[in-house]
Design a binder for this molecule. Sequence first.
Ligand SMILES: NC(=O)c1ccc[n+]([C@@H]2O[C@H](COP(=O)([O-])OP(=O)(O)OC[C@H]3O[C@@H](n4cnc5c(N)ncnc54)[C@H](OP(=O)(O)O)[C@@H]3O)[C@@H](O)[C@H]2O)c1
Length: 232
Amino acid sequence: MASSSGSAALIVGASRGLGLGLAEAYLQRGWRVVGTVRGAAPTKLHDLAASSGGRLAIETVEINEPAEVAALKQRLSGRSFDVLFVNAGVTNRRDETVGEVSTDEFNRVMVTNALSPMRVIETLEDTVAPGGVIGAMSSGLGSVADNESGGMEVYRASKAALNTLMRSYAARAGGKRAVALISPGWVRTDMGGDAAPLSVAESASGIVDVLAGCAGKPGAVFIDYKGDTVRW
Ligand SMILES: NC(=O)c1ccc[n+]([C@@H]2O[C@H](COP(=O)([O-])OP(=O)(O)OC[C@H]3O[C@@H](n4cnc5c(N)ncnc54)[C@H](OP(=O)(O)O)[C@@H]3O)[C@@H](O)[C@H]2O)c1
């Protein structure tokens, strides 16, 4: 994608991993970026901001705290973004079945991966420019149609829930919003682990290109970092 010096992205959950990689990929393309972290501790995003020439600003939000999301909206009042992307997500133990998981753990994964991203989007949607893109980080594991192997049951369900909520959001918007659910591939991060085949930079660069391709195209898509459609 060509450099877009007038463009701006808001990335929610950018302290490390794919969110940090997305911030870096947008900066490399000349965008301005607002990235969010939780709490006051310095993160790798702070290191990136220090070398960004003032194009990366850091905000703070814990997405599971509605008051913090509302406060972020106040602080961003008057701002306009070409991309709002909710990257933040968590998983439970990979081999933990739905029969084993505690209610608290189920709630933690479901709320963080499905309810809270939607709250962020519902709260911040007015910061997205007309023709802009609202995206959220899904997963190939969120595909109901492709779930032949099972595994990671609770995480899968949380991303499938996110996909369904985003489709409902797009439908409610009456075809006026470009809404993108992204499958980043299996990526070497704290969540993805060392055995994953993809680097953060490879996946993030692809995601930035894919989101650019969604601009001005209303409706919901489920698409991977290479631009291939994923079955719902
Ligand atoms: N890695 C993969 O292979 C893979 C594959 C498919 C989908 N994904 C999805 O991609 C996204 C990023 O994954 P990752 O691999 O980069 O994971 P990661 O390295 O574990 O990073 C997770 C990010 O989400 C933030 N976060 C988590 N809970 C949050 C909350 N309640 N409020 C605000 N921020 C929160 C974390 O912030 P802190 O630093 O404060 O914890 C961190 O920035 C997730 O949605 C994940 O499900 C990853």
